[in-house]
Ligand binder design. Sequence first.
Ligand code: SF4
Length: 368
Amino acid sequence: MLPSADFPALQGFHRMDILKEKIYAGRRIGHEEAPDLFRWPIIELGMAADFRRRLIEPGDKVGFIIDRIVNFTNVCEASCAFCAFHARAGRIEPYELTLDEILAKVEELVTIGGTQVMLQGGLHPRHTLETYLAMVRAVKNRFPEIALHSFSPAELVYIARRSGVTLDEAVEGLKDAGLDSVPGASDLLVDRIRNRVSPKKITRDDWCGVMDVLCRHGLKSSATMTYGMGETLAERIAHLEVIRAVQDRTGILRAFIPWSFSPAHTRLEDVPPATGIDYLRVVAISRIFLDNVTHIQAGWLTEGMKLAQIALTMGANDMGGVLTEEVVVKAAGVINRTNMAELIDVIGDAGRIPVQRDSDYREIRTFA
Ligand code: SF4
């Protein structure tokens, strides 16, 4: 037999074989092994991810939720280079919604049977913890049945600092007022990239610290990944590694949502947009790597419905929200819309069973 050490190509084959064996045995893969997955043929990678999806959540159900994002202001001190939503990007005039305007939007959602609201805003220089408490109380007093999956780690750190309270105090106050959970908007948890594209936003360690505080207060969260901002493949894996470690420690992440960066109308406009195959690879690799996160969401909002549907065969097991209103991605010129009927069709056409779920991923209605 040829000693593979003398032949680098054979070493590569050997490494792949070990990796495949590990994946199909349901074992955890290391961060040093994961970059090899970017070189797998896409169909093979997708099948391996689907296998891992079935190990984590057997069956064919795919969830979706009827929800709405209410972006209550686009005034933001951070002015991130990758964001087309904040007022200084010049796409949307500066605005702030009043409590009455916020309540009117929530009412529209309730009328169509929605169950979750995501209040999110920029880092507004006049907003404090009191501003946020007022929003939570107003929504919860009027619509106690609505799940408030709201704000972001960056907003929580910002308002705590501005209000002279600890993060623990801010989170405790918001929870007592009615906040149910917090979307873990993570961007890319690599400080080399963050320093370049969002230097005024929280650091990777700040994000992890927020997750620890949420865990202490019994609040669930999620994690996202915005890739395609000039990072290396190893840095994409480093992002996943941070999330896996946080989940090992806290168990609070209900879902992981990867999406590609939309460069149009941002200060990074010359960055080439990620391709469809790149997206499917990220979904599949996330499914294989994040063995401790149950739900991987297919990103119809940024990638379009057709690609999101294919993602359901390559590791994704949730379609996220109907999102009756969304302005942040739209500001970057990406306009995808959907409704419940379309999601049911698309999921069914992928050979899966559509399920309307709540924020805790409990089934509300199955469309068999
Ligand atoms: S991404 Fe968020 S923090 Fe950054 S500029 Fe946009 S609204 Fe502000």
